[in-house]
Design a protein around this ligand. Structure first.
Ligand code: WTA
Length: 658
């Protein structure tokens, strides 16, 4: 366990961090959140928010049922997420309001999609899906780029009551097929190709490879985006436009399926400490209430807010804070297909200026890229519309926080550092703008009613100033309901460390004023550019290569991506490592998992350091990777391996500095 290791430098920085930002009185005046919100009674709060923010076909009769670790919320209620995100806004006269300002990566493509447009698109596509036999309960996979059709596909599924899993478009065919097989997906929605930094991403090609290993997938629906030639299998694969050519877009032709509060809305796969990704289960009502409520207060959403969450819809951030929360609140959003540096490094700021964006939500890794490129790109544009900035995905270092506020926020805007997870579904620890005194590097306070604490190894609350394990002590509406098909793993992963408490897997510290400072993952999960990747997955991918005998992976701090993957590899039959071999292994990992998981560095070693019980000593590997002094090695089986490794570590350091 590396808590001590990873806490050291983090705490030092934070203790030095004395800057404070009081809320601006003008902001306080108009803020959605008032200080009293922290005094709310949890049950009253979530009852009221559910009635205020969501339209019910049938009202719930019981707020929650908690049989740890199994929660149910809004029992007896019936509702439909698509109805809440679209139809009711059109019915109440908001049909002409823009839901998405969509911008394609090729700079000449822009479409404003109103709520009424969105309704027509969703209804038409849902009618198309019905022709393929999709209905309530049919599991559907979605593997797309950031086209408008991605949220359309998700919403069409929710309209029909079909649970979806969106697989990030950077994943490989293996990753896609293992997710589809785990969920039992019958239909896959994809596109010919995607655009990324001016290059084409072969989504249908990868989908075809994945379907070869997923015989349960009966049909693929393929959106035409780049017009590339792609392999279509007769009888199985159908073009989106053909499927929708002869169907109605009248809402009455495809009514919203009334769903039970606890019906599954979607699965989102996330890395765990064993190779198989976990299908995190989110259900209908609690998730929608939780995301809409947090979106309203944390981002101070007003009817005229132009909101931009610059994440990818393929991750939980995009589900909760591009699609479901904002649409439920009837918010106008920006949806951008490409990367921040295409065609140039001011693309984001051009977008902020064009749409007069008022709220921008992104990740520290992106902020650090902009820092590296320099503030001159932001300076070229009028960013005065910005009112609020948000950060998510990993701890934000105070330098990046202050840079973000000064160079993007004009030294005016609050910055909300929001902590949460795929599993929590909604933001859990965050400042509330207009209420909270901000501290760069701290996510500050649990959201009202959220019961977070920092525990010692023994399960006692750690006094102010000390580091420990973050836990959540009370259920919350958007919490995961389990791991798909594996209740034991659910119990084991999240609920076994401390009886009846949710074990987060992050280290944290609470300061004298009760503010939380997140210290990163304490399990074998790396956080690379805000993406959670487990060491085991990378190791399995490496060992899958025919020349690899054994492999260990770990994360190393990286100024740009938060963490970078470093791998230690023992080759079979005394083979020597070489730069070519390193390249080959990198490509192998990229093929098996996705490019973002490919190790930035590979250290070839004749043996891996192991404890007497045979466990790989990741702490030691991390030390080598971090070019630090080696820690205590007395539990090592073979001390010679350490010598070897530390000299390899020195070589690695030298080669990098060269
Ligand atoms: C990390 C993303 C510090 C953390 C929404 C968590 C953060 C993991 C923050 C979840 C933050 C996310 N400060 N760390 N503001 N936000 N994390 O499931 O380690 O992709 O457990 O969800 O990201 O990543 P996930």
């Amino acid at each position: 366990m590396s808590t001590e290791q990873s806490q050291g430098p983090a705490i030092e920085t934070m203790l030095l961090e004395q800057r404070r930002y009081q809320p601006d009185p003008a902001f306080v005046q108009q803020a959605n959140a008032k200080a009293q919100i922290y005094q709310s009674d949890p049950d009253e709060f979530w009852t009221e928010e559910a009635r205020r923010r969501v339209s019910w076909f049938q009202p719930f009769t019981q707020l929650k049922e908690w049989n740890a670790p199994f929660a149910k919320w809004y029992l007896g209620g019936r509702l439909n997420v698509c109805y809440n995100c679209i139809d009711r806004h059109v019915e109440s006269g908001q049909g002409d309001k823009v839901a998405f300002h969509w911008e394609g990566e090729p700079a000449d493509e822009r479409v404003d999609i109103t709520f009424a447009d969105l309704q027509r698109r969703v209804v038409r596509f849902a009618n198309g899906l019905k022709k393929l036999g999709v209905g309530k309960g049919t599991p559907v996979a979605i593997y797309m780029g950031m086209t408008p059709e991605l949220p359309v596909a998700m919403l069409a599924c929710t309209r029909l009551g079909a649970p979806h899993t969106v697989v990030f478009g950077g994943f490989s065919s293996d990753s896609l097929s293992s997710r589809m097989n785990d969920m039992g997906c019958e239909v896959l929605i994809t596109q010919d190709e995607g655009w990324r930094r001016g290059k084409r991403v072969p989504l249908m090609q990868t989908s075809a490879e994945a379907m070869a290993a997923s015989p349960g997938v009966r049909h693929a629906v393929v959106l035409r985006r780049t017009e590339a030639e792609v392999p279509m299998t007769e009888g199985r694969d159908v073009w989106w436009h053909d499927l929708c050519a002869d169907v109605s877009d009248e809402p009455e032709s495809c009514p919203c399926e009334p769903m039970d509060s606890e019906d599954v809305l979607f699965l989102m796969y996330t890395s765990g400490t064993t190779a198989k990704p976990k299908g995190i289960v989110h259900t209908t009502a609690g998730y929608l209430v939780g995301t809409a409520t947090t979106h309203h207060y944390v981002f101070d959403i007003k009817p005229d807010t132009v909101y931009w969450c610059a994440a990818d819809v393929g991750w939980i951030t995009g589900h909760s804070y591009i699609v479901y929360g904002p649409l439920c609140n009837g918010t106008t959003s920006v949806l951008y297909e490409g990367t921040p540096d295409f065609p140039d490094k001011d693309r984001w700021w051009e977008i902020v200026e064009r749409y007069r964006v008022s709220v921008l939500y992104t990740a520290p890794t992106a902020i650090r890229s902009h820092m590296k490129w320099g503030p001159e790109y932001a300076r070229k544009h009028d960013l005065s519309s910005l009112k609020l900035l948000g950060s998510v995905g990993e701890p934000i270092n105070p330098e990046a926080w202050v840079w973000y506020r000064e160079h993007i926020g004009g030294d005016r805007t609050p910055v909300v550092d929001t902590w949460w997870q795929t599993e929590t579904g909604m933001i859990m620890i965050t400042p509330l703008p207009g209420v909270t005194t901000l501290k760069p590097g701290s996510a500050t306070q649990p959201f009202p009613t959220v019961d977070a604490a920092v525990f010692s190894e023994k399960g006692e609350p750690v006094p102010p100033g000390g580091g420990g394990y973050l836990v959540l002590r009370q259920p919350w509406p958007a919490m995961l309901r389990g791991i798909h098909g594996d209740p034991e793993r659910y119990q084991e992963t999240y609920w076994s460390k401390y009886e009846g408490l949710y074990f987060v897997g992050d280290g944290a510290r609470v300061d004298e004023e009760g503010d939380f400072w997140l210290l990163g993952r304490i399990d074998d999960v790396m956080n690379v550019a805000g993406h959670r990747i487990s060491t085991i997955e990378v190791e399995s991918a490496l060992v899958d290569h025919q020349k690899v005998a054994e492999a260990a992976a770990c994360g190393r701090n990286d100024p740009q991506t938060g963490q970078a993957v470093v791998a230690y590899v023992t080759l079979k039959g005394g083979q020597e490592g070489s730069p070519e071999m390193m390249q080959e292994l990198r490509q192998h990992v990229a093929r098996k998992i996705g490019k973002f998981a490919a190790p930035t560095n590979i250290v070839f070693t004749p043996e891996l350091p192991k404890t007497r019980s045979g466990k790989i000593m990741r702490r030691l590997l991390r030390d080598v990777a971090e070019k630090r002094q080696l820690g205590d090695t007395t539990t090592l089986a073979d001390p010679a391996v350490v010598e070897e490794l530390s000299s390899r570590g020195r070589e690695l350091a030298a080669s990098e500095e060269a």
